[in-house]
Design a protein around this ligand. Structure first.
Ligand code: HEC
Ligand code: HEC
Ligand code: HEC
Ligand code: HEC
Ligand code: HEC
Ligand code: HEC
Ligand code: HEC
Ligand code: HEC
Ligand code: HEC
Ligand code: HEC
Ligand code: HEC
Ligand code: HEC
Ligand code: HEC
Length: 439
């Protein structure tokens, strides 16, 4: 017990002695307040300065301002002086020009500084700005670490094996801070330019585009996907979703996705995420497709099987309604299968080609009623009778059809072996597949 107390007292008295000794030198020595006190007065004091000025200054024997005190010179040239105690930092592939030249004091002060790392200025960016005027100053959006002057989060101020003095190669450089993107890079489908280098699309410092993009989203994407741009240029209809500011990234994740084609959602949900409202452009109203489907008893199986892109091109098309294949824009078209290619990529065109057939249920006995209606130069379009998306009626039959400005009711009723309609254009007619009805 006593032994321990004695030991403790000894330690205490030694520390007290040490402190008073230090105070003593700084008061009476070179760094006293009246002499060079200012050199050590800042918060961060260079370690050797604490232990003695002679680590770096050697007496010259010449006249010093004070009587009887010898003058001093630097013990060595810079950077040799610094390299006495610090590892040489000019050995790697890329050495920063001022370091190569040994100008450590362009950035550091030798004695003390208010800044960490004995920097001459705060933040680090201000040190760099002595020599570099980044174009960022003029750009609208700045990368957070750049605007905070945290240049050393990405650059080694002295040297590196990577070009531009980077501490890591992108994308690793970027992913150390961007955790969400570090998750994305593990997804099922990864966009090759994302995997390769973030700088394919982003500027590391600043940009006039949001999200530090090099170009607007659309110009950025078609820079590589010029086939899509060609299609857009040639087409008569460009999808409204492409013409807005977000353009391609309305639908595609630029980085990665668990969906095919890097879609942001599965294709059908994606389309319905916008087409859950009526769009009005000028005199035209574009139907709320989501509502049509919700109201429908029968949904076109094409939608469940292949989705909206089974018929529509998501980007642009020269067919009406962005259809991938030909289809009439109005109520009539010459009755040949090429004009209805949008349907006959899945259905048999015989239904409009042969007067008598069993290839359709729309017949009276063996009289093909598709052939009757979709016939000649002024064949009726399928959409006069069918809604391509869904309907409350069997067989996707419309409740109403547009006839000029008149919404004509069809009044379709399914019967056991046929059906009946009493549309505005003729009296009620029935068709019966087994026992043909004579009108
Ligand atoms: C780590 C090395 C180092 C130590 C230790 C050191 N100095 Fe210096 N000192 C320098 C360097 C390098 C310069 C030259 C600075 C320049 O050229 O800008 C310098 C310059 C000076 C100057 C010239 C004026 C000035 O501010 O540049 C004085 C005075 C000085 N030191 C005093 C001291 C005193 C007093 C101590 C001890 C308390 C001390 N130094 C400790 C490296 C050191
Ligand atoms: C006599 C040895 C010695 C000399 C000479 C010396 N240093 Fe140091 N320096 C040190 C020590 C010791 C430390 C503290 C290291 C630590 O904390 O790990 C240090 C720390 C530093 C730091 C980091 C300060 C911080 O906040 O972490 C910088 C920057 C630095 N020195 C620059 C220089 C420069 C520039 C020169 C040449 C002008 C130089 N040193 C000369 C010994 C020296
Ligand atoms: C272009 C400015 C610049 C020049 C020139 C420069 N440094 Fe630095 N140095 C820095 C910055 C900035 C840091 C802080 C790095 C950080 O924040 O991680 C630093 C940190 C240091 C450190 C502490 C951290 C470490 O890397 O060990 C030492 C020691 C150091 N410098 C020594 C030197 C020496 C010696 C020279 C001259 C050969 C020199 N520096 C030249 C900017 C510079
Ligand atoms: C004393 C002037 C000076 C200071 C201070 C300075 N630099 Fe430099 N830096 C240069 C010069 C000179 C070059 C070479 C210019 C060139 O090659 O066009 C350079 C080049 C660079 C390069 C390009 C290297 C390459 O491989 O092309 C980067 C990156 C860089 N500096 C970053 C910084 C950062 C970060 C800071 C602040 C920590 C900084 N610089 C502070 C003078 C300076
Ligand atoms: C988020 C990381 C990051 C930060 C923070 C950052 N840089 Fe860079 N910097 C880069 C990358 C990456 C490059 C290389 C671009 C390339 O390869 O074209 C670069 C290139 C440079 C260059 C070379 C010339 C040029 O403009 O392309 C200089 C100089 C430079 N940076 C200075 C700075 C300065 C000064 C700061 C602080 C104000 C800073 N950087 C902050 C990542 C960064
Ligand atoms: C030192 C950490 C750090 C590094 C390294 C870094 N970033 Fe950032 N970055 C941030 C912070 C912080 C923000 C702002 C907060 C946020 O949006 O997450 C940001 C924002 C961004 C943004 C969104 C800008 C906006 O306007 O919303 C992009 C894009 C970006 N960084 C790309 C990159 C790329 C590319 C790299 C690699 C060259 C990179 N970052 C490296 C920290 C970093
Ligand atoms: C093919 C081009 C492309 C590449 C390559 C790319 N990005 Fe992006 N990035 C974008 C676009 C476009 C946006 C805007 C997305 C949005 O607003 O929905 C973006 C947004 C971001 C954002 C902001 C996200 C947010 O929610 O605000 C960050 C951070 C980001 N990217 C980081 C990265 C990183 C890290 C890499 C490399 C690993 C990278 N990007 C590669 C195109 C790209
Ligand atoms: C730097 C070039 C580059 C940029 C910029 C770019 N991509 Fe890509 N993209 C590729 C490459 C390479 C592939 C791999 C398939 C290929 O070779 O076409 C690809 C594949 C795709 C695919 C899948 C196509 C398929 O056939 O599998 C989609 C979808 C895609 N990119 C969308 C985009 C979008 C949206 C943007 C804008 C945010 C964009 N890309 C920007 C280079 C790029
Ligand atoms: C409305 C949503 C939407 C928009 C906006 C959109 N895409 Fe797509 N994109 C899709 C869908 C859905 C597919 C998948 C088509 C398929 O499966 O047949 C696709 C496929 C692709 C493909 C691969 C297959 C192909 O057609 O070559 C590329 C490349 C592509 N898109 C690029 C772009 C570019 C570039 C833009 C902007 C100009 C863009 N996309 C805008 C929904 C969209
Ligand atoms: C079987 C082929 C087919 C499928 C699958 C399909 N459509 Fe259509 N879509 C058409 C046809 C044909 C038209 C033209 C209708 C007309 O003439 O009124 C059309 C028209 C449209 C219109 C324009 C409506 C208007 O009022 O002008 C939108 C929007 C639309 N479809 C969205 C979708 C969405 C969203 C999906 C998926 C849920 C989808 N389509 C699936 C064939 C299809
Ligand atoms: C980001 C919102 C958005 C998404 C997602 C979207 N659309 Fe559209 N769509 C629009 C807008 C806006 C219009 C044009 C309205 C206008 O002309 O004013 C439009 C128009 C259409 C038209 C009518 C084109 C015409 O001129 O006849 C069709 C068909 C269509 N979209 C199909 C789709 C399909 C299929 C998908 C999924 C691949 C989809 N849309 C996804 C916004 C979207
Ligand atoms: C991607 C393939 C595909 C395309 C394109 C397609 N359909 Fe279909 N359609 C189907 C499938 C699958 C069924 C269900 C099986 C069947 O009845 O043949 C179906 C069924 C139908 C039915 C019968 C519904 C019933 O309950 O009896 C009608 C009517 C129909 N389609 C009309 C059209 C019209 C009109 C077009 C062109 C605008 C078209 N389809 C384009 C795949 C397609
Ligand atoms: C005059 C109205 C009318 C027109 C125009 C019309 N259909 Fe039909 N369609 C029907 C009726 C009614 C049925 C239901 C037959 C039944 O009772 O099974 C039908 C059934 C179908 C079926 C289910 C299979 C079958 O043949 O029974 C498909 C597929 C179909 N139509 C496609 C088309 C296509 C494609 C067009 C345009 C080329 C078209 N229809 C034009 C009235 C029409």
């Amino acid at each position: 017990m006593w032994n321990k107390i004695v030991l403790l007292l000894t330690i205490l008295s030694v520390s007290v002695l040490k402190v008073s000794a230090q105070n003593d030198t700084s008061k009476t020595g070179c760094a006293s307040i009246s002499c060079h006190g200012n050199l050590v007065s800042q918060e961060v004091v260079h370690h050797p300065v604490k232990s003695g000025c002679d680590k770096c200054h050697t007496p010259t024997g010449q006249q010093h301002p004070q009587k009887n005190v010898p003058g001093y010179r630097l013990a060595d040239n810079i950077p040799a002086l610094c390299y006495k105690c610090h590892d040489e930092n000019n050995t790697m592939n890329v050495v920063h020009s001022p370091v190569q030249k040994g100008n450590c004091l362009e950035c550091h002060t030798p004695h003390s500084s208010p800044e960490s790392y004995l920097l001459k200025k705060n933040p680090t960016g201000a040190v760099c700005a002595q020599c570099h005027t980044l174009e960022s100053a003029k750009k609208k959006y700045k990368h957070d670490p750049v605007s905070k002057g945290e240049c050393a989060k990405c650059h080694d101020p002295h040297q590196s094996d990577i070009k531009r003095l980077l501490i890591k190669e992108p994308p690793a450089l970027c992913l150390k801070c961007h955790k969400q993107q570090a998750e994305e890079i593990k997804m099922e489908n990864v966009h090759p330019p994302f995997q390769n280098n973030c700088l394919n699309c982003h500027n590391q410092h600043s940009s006039n585009e949001e999200k530090l993009l090099d170009l607007t989203p659309q110009n950025l994407c078609v820079y590589c996907h010029d086939d899509i741009q060609k299609k857009i240029d040639k087409a008569t209809t460009v999808h409204g979703a492409i013409n807005d500011k977000r353009s391609c990234i309305n639908c595609h994740n630029p980085h990665a996705s668990n969906q095919k084609n890097f879609l942001v959602k599965d294709a059908k949900t994606l389309c319905l995420s916008c087409h859950d409202r009526t769009y009005t452009t000028g005199p035209r109203k574009i139907d709320n497709i989501s509502q049509t489907l919700q109201k429908s008893k029968v949904v076109h199986q094409a939608i469940d099987k292949v989705g909206c892109v089974g018929c529509h091109d998501p980007h642009a098309s020269s067919n009406p309604f962005l259809l991938s294949k030909a289809f009439p824009s109005g109520s009539y078209a010459a009755a040949n299968k090429d004009n209805f290619a949008a349907c006959f990529s899945c259905h048999k065109s015989e239904m409009i080609e042969k007067p008598t057939t069993t290839a359709t249920g729309f017949r009276n006995g063996d009289k093909n009623l598709h052939f009757v209606h979709v016939n000649g130069e002024k064949g009726r379009s399928c959409t006069i009778c069918h809604n391509p998306h869904g309907s409350v009626n069997e067989h996707l039959i419309n409740e109403k059809t547009q006839f000029g400005s008149w919404e004509m009711p069809l009044r379709f009723k399914p019967l056991e072996n046929g059906g009946s309609c009493s549309p505005g254009c003729h009296v009620e007619r029935k068709y019966e597949r087994v026992n043909a009805i004579t009108h």
